[in-house]
Design a protein around this ligand. Structure first.
Ligand code: SF4
Length: 196
């Protein structure tokens, strides 16, 4: 069996018929970024612009994310950006449980291939889908470890479109995330014996 790859996942997502969102999407949106990404950003679902272009975070929320990444000093080349579901739900409704369940294996394969230092969860849907969490506003800025993977929690950039006070929170969180990833620089490549 050929080895898995990000390209293979993207190809399968592009023609995926596994849930009802396949019937209403224009373009599936597998995600974008480097195999060597240190950070994976996981949002809720593609919106209208993403559905039009087949690319993640290219609309208003994407513009905010780009600005905040730049302010935090995080390069696009250091990250991989995707969503819990890869196809746009009609009228941008929240993805339903059966859609999340059908799509989750794609995200799991992307995580297994990239092996990011940390997964940055953007918003409540990603938080509940990946970690079974509730309120993101009550938990933003926190780091959680589960199954050997580290997660960082923050708000979805779309929240800042309608409530500009959220911009400062997102900026503070992404700066903290950047520091966290920078602080662990080098440690992941070394074994425990190096420090004994
Ligand atoms: S949302 Fe995921 S599971 Fe559903 S059709 Fe799109 S790629 Fe397939």
């Amino acid at each position: 069996m050929p080895a898995d790859s990000l390209e293979k996942v993207a190809e399968e997502v592009t023609g995926c018929p596994k849930c009802k969102l396949s019937r209403t999407r224009k373009n599936a949106v597998p995600g974008e970024g480097q195999l060597a990404a240190k950070i994976m950003f996981v949002g809720e679902a593609p919106g209208r612009s993403e559905d039009d272009k087949g690319r993640p975070f290219v609309g208003a929320a994407g513009k905010i994310l780009d600005e905040m990444l730049a302010k935090a000093g995080i390069q696009r080349s250091q990250v991989f950006i995707t969503n819990v579901v890869k196809c746009r739900p009609p009228n941008n409704r929240v993805p339903e449980d059966d859609e999340v369940a059908a799509c989750m294996p794609y995200l799991e394969r992307q995580v297994a291939l990239i092996r990011p230092r940390i997964i940055c969860i953007l918003g409540r849907t990603a938080y509940s889908s990946l970690l079974g969490g509730g309120s993101i506003t009550a938990n933003r800025g926190k780091i959680i470890e589960k199954g050997g993977q580290r997660y960082f929690l923050t708000i979805h950039p779309a929240a800042a479109i309608y409530n500009r006070s959220m911009l400062a929170l997102l900026e503070a969180d992404l700066k903290k995330l950047a520091k966290e990833v920078g602080c662990t620089e080098g440690w992941n490549e070394r074994s425990l014996e190096d420090f004994m």
